[in-house]
Design a protein around this ligand. Structure first.
Ligand code: RNT
Ligand code: ZN
Length: 404
């Protein structure tokens, strides 16, 4: 008997169907962020991400133009099982001359549409409200000066229309995620004013009804240089989304280190149709390390499965590590997310819930520990084989270093 057949029997003895788990996983879209390939630089010629986000490290081979970034994404997608979307930022527009961000239009993303079409991929979008002179003082949609707010509102409106265009062209919905860096390094004198201005800006941005666009809003607890107050806090967006019919996005690097995103999911699902995630790994802070198969990621994925929320959740990646091979970093994170989802799909949720409801917490803990040792790797290897991607031991074969 081969290893997969044997693993299948072991899981079946726990009442778990490996075939069903693999089918679910292969059909589940994960949105792959383009910004791992070039350290969040974009193609506008600016070199500091700003807004308190930064890729650290100087491994050679960073993609420096659209073609290189697309080549690297090809290398990533060829190594990862499952259905994918690509997640773009406005600063990745492919244009001959620089185009002001408030003037961006679908034609500036024609190269990405071609890429998505030729690879059968969906696209998600993000306006870029950092790494720009208009965001130099750390404020954008909540800025006290009306002309600054106007520029960023117009930028966000322009990008939403691009998102609608992608949705129409590709025949699948496009998530448009708004994250702003706005905040204060030291104790502000006024928190209400900036938050009221952010609310008004969002109201204007989201006023236009656009077919195929799912608007998400991403909160944060703090950023580097913006330690004392973040205007777009979790409470702000949780309430904003609930009131205005958009979707709250949880980035698991954006909370206090002991605060668990896994624990928030069930509460949110009771009050909203959809939730959105940025999966990352914060090491002591929002450091955006490459996700690995650890407790945090597993707990989040387990929660999605046991709440039957996979089809209500928009899953995206968000990390950037420039200290190791960038394509490998991309692949390790994406494969880890898939592994965590697979492990979650291979748990006997009914049985676990029954133990909790019977208040048999002793057996529950014992079983939870036992399940960690089931042959996940054998099912993962089978999944990779079926998806036509390299197995764990082999996926680094053929990876080269640009310019190396
Ligand atoms: C920043 C947010 C945001 C960005 C991307 C590039 O802290 O996580 O999602 O990482 O938009
Ligand atoms: Zn994020």
């Amino acid at each position: 008997m081969n290893r997969y057949e044997s693993a299948k029997d072991i899981y079946a003895a726990h009442g778990v169907d490996c075939e069903a788990a693999m089918a679910t996983l292969l059909a589940l879209p994960v949105s792959v962020h383009c910004w791992q390939g070039d350290d969040v630089r974009g193609f506008e010629g600016t070199h500091t991400p700003g807004g308190g986000i930064a890729a650290t490290g100087n491994y050679p081979g960073r993609a420096s133009c659209a073609q290189e970034l697309m080549d690297d994404m090809d290398a990533v997608l060829a190594r990862c099982p499952g259905k994918h979307k690509i997640n773009l930022h406005a600063m990745y527009a492919v244009t001959e001359q620089p185009v002001p961000r408030d003037k961006l239009a679908p034609e500036h993303f024609a190269a990405w549409l071609d890429y998505a079409k030729s690879h059968g991929l969906g696209v998600d979008m993000n306006p870029t409200l950092f790494a720009h002179e208009m965001a130099a003082d750390g404020l954008t949609l909540s800025h006290p000066d009306a002309p600054v707010r106007r520029f960023w509102i117009d930028h966000c409106k322009a990008v939403r229309r691009i998102a609608a265009w992608f949705a129409a062209e590709l025949g699948q919905r496009c998530v448009n995620n708004i994250w702003i860096p706005d905040g204060f390094k030291d104790t502000p004198a006024d928190r209400l004013g900036p938050r009221r201005r952010l609310k008004d800006s969002l109201d204007e941005i989201l006023a236009e009804r656009l077919e195929g666009v799912i608007d998400t809003v991403e909160s944060k607890v703090f950023g580097i240089g913006l330690e004392s107050c973040t205007v777009g806090s979790h409470e702000f967006y949780l309430n904003y989304a609930a009131r205005n019919g958009c979707v709250c996005l949880l980035d698991n690097g954006h909370f206090h280190p002991t605060e668990q995103v896994a624990d928030k999911i069930s509460s949110m699902l009771l009050f909203s149709e959809n939730i959105a995630l940025h999966l990352t790994r914060g090491v002591r802070w929002d450091s955006d390390h490459v996700p690995v198969l650890g407790d945090e990621l597993r707990d989040i994925c387990t929660e999605l499965v046991r709440c039957h929320a996979l089809d209500r959740t928009l899953i995206a990646l968000d990390y950037f590590d420039a200290s190791i091979h960038r394509v490998a970093a991309w692949v390790i994170g994406l494969r880890s997310v898939r592994k965590a989802l697979l492990q979650a799909l291979l748990l006997p949720h009914k049985q676990l819930r029954a133990l909790q409801d019977a208040r048999d917490f002793t057996r529950l803990l014992a079983l939870q520990e036992e399940l960690k040792l089931l042959p996940l790797g054998d099912v993962w290897a089978e999944l990779c084989r079926r998806a036509g991607v390299a197995e764990e031991t082999d996926w680094m074969n053929g990876l080269t270093v640009r310019g190396g």
